[in-house]
Design a protein around this ligand. Sequence first.
Ligand SMILES: C[S@@+](CC[C@H](N)C(=O)[O-])C[C@H]1O[C@@H](n2cnc3c(N)ncnc32)[C@H](O)[C@@H]1O
Length: 220
Amino acid sequence: MEQCRNRRALLSSTTSTLTPTDPIRVLHLGCGNSRLCTDIAERWTTTPGLAVGNKGDDDATTLLCLDQVALDYSPVVIERMAAANANVQPAIHWAVDDVRTLTTVADHSVDLVIDKGTMDALQADKENDDMDEDIERMMHQVSRVMRQASATSSSSTDVTGATAAVAAAAFVQFTWEIPYYRLHHTKRAEYAWGTTPDTSISHGFLGESDLYRWFVYKAL
Ligand SMILES: C[S@@+](CC[C@H](N)C(=O)[O-])C[C@H]1O[C@@H](n2cnc3c(N)ncnc32)[C@H](O)[C@@H]1O
């Protein structure tokens, strides 16, 4: 899906969904040979004050720890991406995994889940009689791994013993699918983001594109 080339819009759509937790764990579903994860890593380390929680001032100390996991069910893809991006910092963790099972990802461990074209690939496989079921399995897994909001998480206890709020996770999709067909699959009460578009689900065109869209689902 490298034809979805508006990288600046992609980056600002992804990073703008983030809110402070440490480290920020990002999960890429079906990464393929996309540069999105390396773009995020590079931007993270080279843009003072980019990070999450940045209030637009010059305070570069707001940069937080970035922990990216990129997975694909193709071992060949993962082997090549790991070799090609071995020197990227912060290091990206590469994993062979299936979005329908996410066996390598723990419950409620991810702050930002990114799907760029992977659900599209499932939806495009018209030969697959199990398409609806596969997408549903993928959505249940995404929902399972997203971090839940907490006011008193022990993982956010600082050296003084104080606790801070842990923000709930976001799920971001980049797709050519129109809202009617996409929300048919993704808008369900049982998922972490629920069914209230006014607050937890939003979507729009990507940058100046009139074809590619972003969808953001915020865990409740
Ligand atoms: C259309 S490509 C998009 C790749 C990449 N995200 C991009 O934007 O260029 C879909 C990717 O999803 C992967 N994929 C398809 N089904 C998958 C599954 N069930 N589990 C994990 N990866 C899958 C494919 O191997 C492929 O790399």
